[in-house]
Design a protein around this ligand. Sequence first.
Ligand code: SAM
Ligand code: SF4
Length: 443
Amino acid sequence: MNMKFFIRTYGCQMNESDSERIAWLLTRRGYKRTSDETEADLIILNTCAVRDSAERKVWGKLGRLKDLKRRKPDLLIAVGGCMAQSYGEEIIRRFPHVDLVFGTRSFVKLPDLIDERLSAGRAVVDLSESSPFQFTPQLRGNGIKAWVNISTGCDNFCSYCIVPYVRGRERHRPVDEILGEIEGLAREGYKEITLLGQNVNSYRWKDVSFSELLRMANEIGGIERIRFITSHPKDVPDDLIEAMAELEKVCEHLHLPAQSGANSILRRMNRRYTRERYLDIVRKLRREIPHAAITSDFIVGFPGESEEDFEETLSLVEEVRFDYAFCYRYSDRPGTKAASMEGKIPEHLKRRRLERLIDLTKRIALEKNSDLLGDVVEVLVEDVNPKVKGELMGRTRTNKIVFFRGNKDMIGSTLKVRITEASYWFLKGEIHGDPRFLDQSGR
Ligand code: SAM
Ligand code: SF4
């Protein structure tokens, strides 16, 4: 079969990881991947439902694909992921040119579903839960860094969030399977792994906790860096901070979504921690690892958020001084608890709060990055800088993006870079020392 497929991924790292699995499943069946949508025989949209804005992008894209389908009647269009799970048949009703809808737990069957679509001659919708479970291999990108799923789904039911509904109950992956996958990646030459889950630090497999999993992964030779995302503040025991401080491969970065700085809002969000507990974690982390980067997510305009509540979010940001924060306007998600809460905030007010919060987080991010001017940092080189010829792109252990001049042979190595320029979202620098005399680990 010479069918070519194109995948467009929307949303979070979990979706990116799922897309790599879908690509693996299809190439195993003889399909070829293309990065050019117009030459594809099969277009897959792997969608996100976490905010209305993410959904609007997909609805718009589906509208535009109608023309392409008219010109290429044999083109197959498949919609998967969180929106597919949430809307199901409705996608076909709204966009009859869609051929296939598959859910977050049925993508393992995608090659069979395509065959079914071709033989049945009508649209196929499958939102069932597949067996075997979805931790199939992945067709990964650049051979340097890789996602490693340790769990799927979520049981936390934050009142604003659709994830538990579209991704199902939280399930943890057997520890041997995770370690086996990391060993395989190390053999293939991967340098960095990111343990992935909606709430990684709630991981447990029999008597192995998340901190213990980190300790086991740290023993695997060849891997230089271990990251993990996302952590929930309700599940950050002291032993996790100790493990981060002790284990040389675990990077000094904690993404710890706070969502709000006001206790009354955190309660209504069902987050199960207080502002004080959050600050306590930050203090402990900074005591153990003073240079650790802390990043966060915030939602502004949650139902009932008063001006004072919002000021508390700003003051939390001032107090913690996050290295970076992703800030969102609250978006009603049908079926969630918050969608039926009173005290909805008008859009213009949400926008104004979002602007103020973004301005503040950017100012602090710039100040924090400027603190690094003149420092020599360890950078794992990931790729070229697609925007500037002759420049490379890498990341520090604290997950900051660094651009610097270098040649393509350096991709995959760890170098020392002196920081010469800072913006709120990236750093610029120059290689420190003569890279010819650096060994693979950059020392
Ligand atoms: N499990 C992760 C967590 O708890 O942080 C990621 C969840 S979600 C994919 C990523 C972020 O989207 C959340 O941290 C939250 O800030 C934001 N988010 C989720 N639901 C939202 C909603 N209804 N409106 C606006 N932002 C939302
Ligand atoms: Fe959504 Fe909360 Fe689960 Fe994160 S922890 S996926 S925000 S319900």
